[in-house]
Ligand binder design. Structure first.
Ligand code: UT7
Length: 329
C-alpha cells in the first residue's frame, strides 16, 4: 500500500466586481419585474464585470487572497486548476494566464469545464493529486463571467446570472480528516438543456451565428430545475452513505446558488433546517463555477465554520453535471 494523505481546504478567497445590476435596472432592459425575479429566483441584484477586465483578472484577485490566507507564495504552488465556462480565450487555458499573472512560473495549469459544477469537479481532481502524494499546494479557482455570454434581450436567462470568482488552496492535512467522500456525475443526455451553441468546433463563429445570437447561453430552465432538485438530494445521500454519516451531523451544506426555489425544494426533501443552508443568491445571482467558493469564503470569513465541522458542497449545471464533496474542516 502506498502512502495516502488526507486533503483539506486550508484557505479561501474571492473576488467580485464592484458594479451592481439591480432588478430595478433589469425592469428597464427587458419585460420583467422585481416581483417576478425575487419570487421565482430569490435574486435581488448581481455583479457585472467592467469590460476592460476578464475571467483571469478576477481569478487572480481571488487566488491572491487564498494564497495570503494560506501564507503561501505563488512560486510554492504545485498546480493550478481553473474551473470556468467563460475562459479568457478558447485557447490557451485560462489557468495558464492566471499562472503568468501570479508569477507562479512552471507549475502545471489547466482548465476544466463542468459548467456550474466546475469548482467541485476541480476540488475532486485536486484532491487526487494530494492524496497520492504527487503535489502539496494546489490552487483551485472557480470563475465565471456569464455577463459576457448572456443575451441581454432574453428575460428568461438575463435576470439570473452574475460575475464572480472564488479560490481555495488544497493541502495535505495533519490534523483534520479533510475530504471524507466525493461524488461526481454527468448526464450528457441533458447537454442540450444548457449550452452555448456556437463558437466551438461544431458551429464555428460566422456572421449568421452572431446574427442569430448563438454565442449566448441558451437554457431550458424547467428541465435544469427538475434535474437539479433530484440530483442534489441523491448526491447528498451518496456523500453521507459513503462516509457513514447522517444528515444531522452536517454543520453546513453549501448548495450551488442557481435559484432559491431549488435550494428550498432540496432542503425540504432532505428535511433539514434553513440555517444549515447558507444563501447569497439575493446579492450575487447565479455565478456558475464561482458560486460555491464565494459562498464558502463568506462563511469562513464570518467565522461560521470551525475546525472539525462537517460541511458538504453540492453543485449542478451544464453537461448536465453534478458534483459533491463532504469534508471535515
Ligand atoms: O446554474 C445551473 C443552471 N441553471 C439553473 O439551475 C436554472 C434552473 N431553472 C430555474 O431556475 C427556473 O426554471 C427559471 C428561474 C429559469 C424559470 O423559472 P420557472 O418558474 O421555471 O419559470 P418558467 O420558465 O416556467 O416561466 C414561467 C413564466 C413564463 O410565462 P408564461 O409562458 O407562463 O406566460 C415565462 O415567459 O414566466 C415567464 N418569464 C418571465 N416573466 C417575467 C420567464 N422569465 C421571466 C422574467 N420576467 N424574467
Amino acid at each position: 500500500m502506498g502512502e495516502h494523505l488526507n486533503v483539506r481546504i486550508s484557505s479561501t478567497g474571492m473576488a467580485l466586481p464592484g458594479k451592481r445590476l439591480t432588478n430595478m435596472t433589469l425592469e428597464k432592459m427587458v419585460d420583467t419585474s422585481d416581483d417576478w425575479i425575487v419570487s421565482r429566483t430569490g435574486i435581488k441584484e448581481r455583479r457585472i464585470l467592467d469590460e476592460q477586465w476578464s475571467a483571469s483578472d478576477l481569478a487572480v484577485v481571488s487566488a491572491r487572497e487564498a494564497l495570503d490566507n494560506a501564507d503561501l507564495k505563488p512560486h510554492e504552488i504545485d498546480l493550478i486548476i481553473v474551473a470556468t465556462a467563460t475562459p479568457d480565450h478558447l485557447v490557451p487555458a485560462t489557468a495558464c494566464i492566471v499562472q503568468s499573472k501570479l508569477n507562479a512560473f512552471g507549475c502545471p495549469a489547466f482548465d476544466i469545464n463542468a459548467g456550474c459544477s466546475g469548482f467541485v469537479y476541480g476540488l475532486v481532481i485536486g484532491q487526487q493529486f494530494i492524496e497520492n502524494c504527487t503535489y502539496k499546494n494546489i490552487l483551485v479557482i472557480g470563475v465565471d463571467i456569464l455577463s459576457r455570454i448572456t443575451n441581454w434581450e432574453d428575460r428568461s436567462t438575463c435576470v439570473l446570472f452574475g460575475d464572480g470568482a472564488g479560490a481555495v488552496v488544497l493541502q495535505p492535512s495533519n490534523d483534520a480528516k479533510g475530504v471524507l467522500s466525493v461524488s461526481l456525475m454527468a448526464d450528457g443526455e441533458g447537454a442540450e438543456h444548457l449550452m452555448v451553441p456556437a463558437g466551438g468546433s461544431y458551429m464555428p463563429a460566422n456572421e449568421n451565428t452572431v446574427k442569430n445570437k448563438l454565442h449566448f447561453v441558451k437554457m431550458n430552465g424547467n428541465e435544469v430545475f427538475k434535474f437539479a432538485v433530484n440530483i442534489v438530494v441523491e448526491t447528498i445521500n451518496i456523500l453521507l452513505n459513503k462516509s457513514g454519516l447522517s444528515i444531522d451531523q452536517l454543520h453546513l451544506l453549501f448548495l450551488h446558488q442557481a435559484n432559491h426555489r431549488i435550494i428550498e425544494a432540496a432542503r425540504k426533501k432532505l428535511n433539514i433546517s434553513p440555517h444549515k443552508l447558507p444563501v447569497n443568491i439575493e446579492r450575487f445571482g447565479n455565478m456558475s463555477a464561482a458560486s460555491i467558493p464565494v459562498l464558502l469564503h463568506e462563511n469562513v470569513r464570518e467565522g461560521h465554520i470551525e475546525r472539525g465541522d462537517l460541511i458538504a458542497m453540492v453543485a449542478f449545471g451544464a453537461g448536465l453535471t453534478c458534483g459533491g464533496v463532504l469534508l471535515e474542516w
